[in-house]
Design a protein around this ligand. Structure first.
Ligand code: C5P
Length: 254
């Protein structure tokens, strides 16, 4: 057997390069009327730019793929060109799809060879600290096929029988033990081949990529998340995000 016909060995911890895919194609209707969510300003800078910088802040990340609204790829490309981003990082923009899952798949399809670890990060989580990004990458490098940053819950969670009409009372059917539950954030980190296989084989509605890897029967591990990695979904989240940015500016001495 010639060397060429053998599968290449998995990249070791020191050689594995990391790419980040940022799905940013959602409209963000829960935030109210206006521009697509990822293009809304936070501290005067579009949320998407914050998210891109958060990924590029990790020295391990050498490529960021932004998945833009299907009709907005040119606009997003112009936006990236107009903002200062680290020199060591490459950027690609691809048009997204109708669901988050489809958008992530389109981002994965655009990845060139040579990146063995993939992060998937919501544009809607613009303020994730670099230490959280690095902790996720580290856990994948240590051998986990899929890694999620996660936090314990403050609220007790109830499972209900959903009412047909919004606002109608809903019967509670179960109360899962809170200490066993975690709220999961992004970036989620993956061995690239595992994530590609998950997107090729798992069908049906999923809300996160790690859930697809679970459906392959593989173990997903959770590492500590961060309260600043919250998702900007509703108008009040914008107020909190502005407050976090103001606190950072104070701490940085600006
Ligand atoms: O809607 P949700 O808040 O769960 O969206 C999470 C992320 O997925 C957002 O960053 C959003 O822009 C992205 N998304 C996407 N393509 C879609 C729908 C959502 O890239 N069709």
């Amino acid at each position: 057997m010639s060397d060429d016909s053998r599968p290449s060995p998995p990249a070791g911890p020191s050689t594995a390069r990391t790419a980040a895919v940022i799905p940013a194609a959602g409209r963000g209707v829960r935030l109210g009327p206006g521009a697509p969510k990822a293009l809304r300003a936070l501290g005067g800078t579009p949320m998407l730019i914050h998210a891109v910088r958060a990924m590029a802040a990790s020295r391990a990340v050498s490529l960021v793929v932004v998945v833009a609204p299907p009709d907005g790829a040119a606009e997003v490309k112009t936006l990236l060109d107009a903002h200062a981003l680290p020199e060591r990082t490459d950027f690609l923009v691809v048009p997204g799809g109708r669901s988050r899952q489809e958008s992530v798949k389109l981002g994965l399809d655009a990845l060139p060879p040579g990146h063995d670890i993939v992060l998937v990060h919501d544009a809607a989580r613009p303020l994730v600290p670099v230490d959280t990004v690095d902790a996720v990458i580290e856990a994948v490098r240590d051998g986990a096929p899929a890694v999620v940053p996660a936090l314990p819950l403050a609220d007790t969670v109830k499972q209900v029988e959903p009412a047909g009409t919004p606002g109608e009372p809903e019967p509670v059917v179960a109360t899962p033990e809170r200490s066993l539950l975690r709220a999961v954030q992004t970036p989620q980190g993956f061995d690239r081949a595992t994530l590609v296989r998950a997107h090729e084989t798992v069908t049906g509605e999923v809300t996160d990529d790690a859930g697809m890897v679970e459906q392959l029967g593989l173990t997903v591990v959770a590492v500590p998340g961060h309260e600043e990695a919250f998702k900007v979904t509703r108008p009040l989240d914008l107020v909190l995000a502005e407050a976090v940015l103001a606190r950072r500016r104070l701490n940085d001495g600006f």
